[in-house]
Design a protein around this ligand. Structure first.
Ligand SMILES: NC(=O)c1ccc[n+]([C@@H]2O[C@H](COP(=O)([O-])OP(=O)(O)OC[C@H]3O[C@@H](n4cnc5c(N)ncnc54)[C@H](OP(=O)(O)O)[C@@H]3O)[C@@H](O)[C@H]2O)c1
Length: 255
């Protein structure tokens, strides 16, 4: 199937590695022009270079970072047809462990960065071709994750944003992906934290998690990248306002 994104222009948040890096690769493989943004680093430059893309160094947790990233990406790409709303995950912890400053960091990093990216991109997307937005969420939109209270609170808010925006921004499409457990730096550090807290090994934490996943393994980020490229593309032209779980069957909730 031809996704129809050859020559289309996308900005991918958190694009220096992990899930964002995989989305950028999938888009580029289909012939799209891609700008990746994360905090400036050699890793970001390498991620962009690997796909003949553009590296945009920006801190998405700051007030001006998201708009700056969008402006520079659109300037380099000559416009914008799609946006991937994604950045580093919020700090881990139970409710009892999270203080005011940590909540503020989580709200800025996860919620505000998303609002700011979308707000900055909308005027450009209105001039784009088959424009669409994809928000990377978490399985916490369907089932709370133990020890990740910031995600349990903030991700459902972003799910509400997706549904709420469908009417307001049409014909720009907006969808979400709810990842389960992918083998990325973020998940490795969460697993290490869980092991330390439980006084057990990382291997046993990972084995317990794998046992909960019907497909019996963590996902490869490229498996999410392909779903993302489809949702962003004109091939998904009648898919709007949905949140697709990409989780190897982990979440059993309906729908
Ligand atoms: N992996 C999973 O299984 C999974 C499951 C559920 C939800 N998620 C969510 O999906 C998102 C991506 O996860 P991941 O596993 O790909 O994480 P990751 O491997 O840690 O990658 C995060 C990306 O975001 C960038 N980033 C972090 N803080 C940033 C900031 N302040 N400004 C700009 N860029 C920033 C990172 O680059 P720099 O740090 O260099 O800036 C990197 O490119 C996270 O929000 C995570 O919570 C992931």
């Amino acid at each position: 199937m031809d996704l129809g994104i050859k020559g289309r222009r996308y900005l991918v948040g958190g694009g220096s590695r992990g899930l964002g890096g995989a989305v950028a690769r999938a888009l580029a493989q289909e012939g799209a022009a891609v700008a990746v943004t994360a905090r400036a680093s050699a890793e970001l430059d390498a991620s962009a270079a690997a796909i003949n893309g553009i590296a945009i160094g920006a801190d998405l947790s700051t007030a001006d970072g998201p708009a700056d990233a969008v402006r520079r990406a659109a300037g380099s790409l000559g416009g914008l047809d799609g946006l991937v709303v994604n950045t580093g995950g919020p700090p881990a912890g139970t409710f009892a462990e999270l203080d005011e400053a940590t909540w503020a960091r989580a709200i800025n990093g996860t919620l505000q960065s998303s609002l700011r990216l979308i707000r900055a991109a909308l005027p450009l997307l209105r001039d784009g071709r088959d424009p669409s937005i994809l928000v990377i969420l978490s399985s916490s939109v369907r089932e709370p994750i133990a020890g990740l209270m910031t995600s349990n609170v903030l991700r459902p808010g972003l799910a509400g944003l997706i549904k709420g925006l469908v009417d307001e921004i049409a014909p720009i499409r907006i969808n979400g992906i709810a990842p389960g457990r992918f083998d990325t730096e973020r998940v490795r550090s969460l697993d290490i934290g869980r092991a330390e807290r439980a006084g057990t090994s990382v291997e046993s934490v990972q084995a317990a998690m794998r046992a909960r996943i019907p497909l019996g393994r963590y996902g490869d980020p490229d498996e999410l990248g392909r779903v993302a490229a489809f949702l962003l593309s004109p091939a998904a032209s009648y898919v709007d306002g949905v949140i697709i779980g990409v989780d190897g069957g982990l979440i059993r909730s309906l729908p």
